[in-house]
Design a binder for this molecule. Sequence first.
Ligand code: MTE
Ligand code: MO
Length: 528
Amino acid sequence: MRIERVAWPVAGLVAGVAGIAVSHALTMRLTLRPNPMVSVGEFAAAHLPGWVQDTVVKLLGNRDTGVAEVSGAEVLEPWLALLAFLACAAASAGAGALARRGWWQPVALQVPFGLLGVLGLIGRYGVSVVTVVPVVAGVATWIVVLSFVVGPLQRHLAARSPRSEEEPERVAARARMRRRDFVARTAVLGLGGIWLWLQGGRFGRRLRHVEETRRLLNLPIRAKEPRPEWRVGVQGVGPWRTPNDDFFVQHTALVPPAVELSEWRLRIHGLVDREVVLTYQELIERRLISAWVTLPSVLNPVGGRSIGTAWWSGVPVADLLAEAGVLPEADAVLQTAVDGWTCLTPLGALTDGRESMLAVGMNGEPLPIDHGFPVRTIVPGLYGHVSACKWVTSLEVTRFDDAEGEATRRGFSPLGPAKVGSRIEVPAAGDDLPDGPVQLGGSAWAPRRGIASVEVAVDGGPWLTARLAGAPGPDTWVQWALTVDLASGTHTARVRATARDGEQQTGVITDIRPDGATGWHEVEFDVS
Ligand SMILES: Nc1nc2c(c(=O)[nH]1)N[C@H]1C(S)=C(S)[C@@H](COP(=O)(O)O)O[C@H]1N2
Ligand SMILES: [Mo]
């Protein structure tokens, strides 16, 4: 009887190990992130109040890292990861004990516990498939394995209430069978879970190796600071240069392809005089250029965040096409990525003198894996879906009549010039602002053409001209600001931009499909 008491929590631990192993292995396979428990620890460490962090640093001491400052969060991380681990162990044993009382009681613990984990990870990394999938799969495994392992124990419990006058030997024999059954299930799943946990790290080995190569790369490129005069100087607007970690990520691949530098080739073929095949080394030995370019996504809704600006470095596409010798009948280039994604780009946009490049660097670093390592295309003036091929490996010179990119199959029009757009970044929707002058600010863009003016209308009033900050050229966004005096109450502001060629951003609301959303960004806020 006492042994059976221990059996429930043990079953719980086995199920917990299986669940953690699955979420760990999936995380290793899908991303470069650490084990989910470590991530939750990191999140907690970053969000504890400063005085807790300071106390911990005092108590646990400062690690001698050779670096001057170690933040409280860094000292805390391993401890909180350990705490997260112990919490998982306690919850697992607890769920096992609860399984004694019926099938739904452990689930009532497991689901909220899993939700906590998901919330911690979302806090750390934001919402994405790779944030949610490993934990959800882990919790599902935990639930299923628990109910499977405790099956024999539950049958044993049910059998203890003597239903009939069965012979005692037969009752005892059945109990032995159930015990054997339980031990077998526990052993198989426990060992399987431990094996998967230990093996987990191997599933992502290629991705991790590529990341290591990327980190050690020493490219002849440099980071560049945006000029102070490009910032409009309103708190909450920007940043003007989007940090790589905050740059929106958009691709159809569930797992970004891990491309080994030694295996990567670029092939330029099709309607050319001579086919060109380059290794990575051969590519970066060519003339490199760098440019500030804003990359907008056609999927960006009005007021959305799927647009970013970086200092891109790479080889001019025009140079490479010239090496291959483009035939006169060509009018497009079909780009193909390692993951099979394709886009068809107008030839003119690659050869008309704009800074179209096969980029290897983003803000002075080798391209992050998520943004196309080792090589992706950047074409000023076009939306990403017809131009910005990540993990690019083939450029086939062709004709619009003869080829089709992924985008048109997905309901987008084939050309994809970026539309003039603007958004309000401060105030944010729903902000409650103090009385007095109210500062509005945001960004506007008209790639290839540049921004001529930005106007703001408050509460349906007249369009007021905003102040514009500087910009390096026509291919980046421009920050704007406007100060208005508003009485207390609820207000609405909307913004519109005008491009240098005179085209004014339309207020007509259209869908993202087929060629990009239109409409004015509007924000409602309170003054009191
Ligand atoms: N291989 C590949 N390249 C791709 C895509 C993709 O799905 N696969 N998406 C494109 C789209 S729609 C956009 S907007 C940009 C986004 O680039 P980013 O993820 O670096 O922001 O990449 C483009 N390049
Ligand atoms: Mo996009």
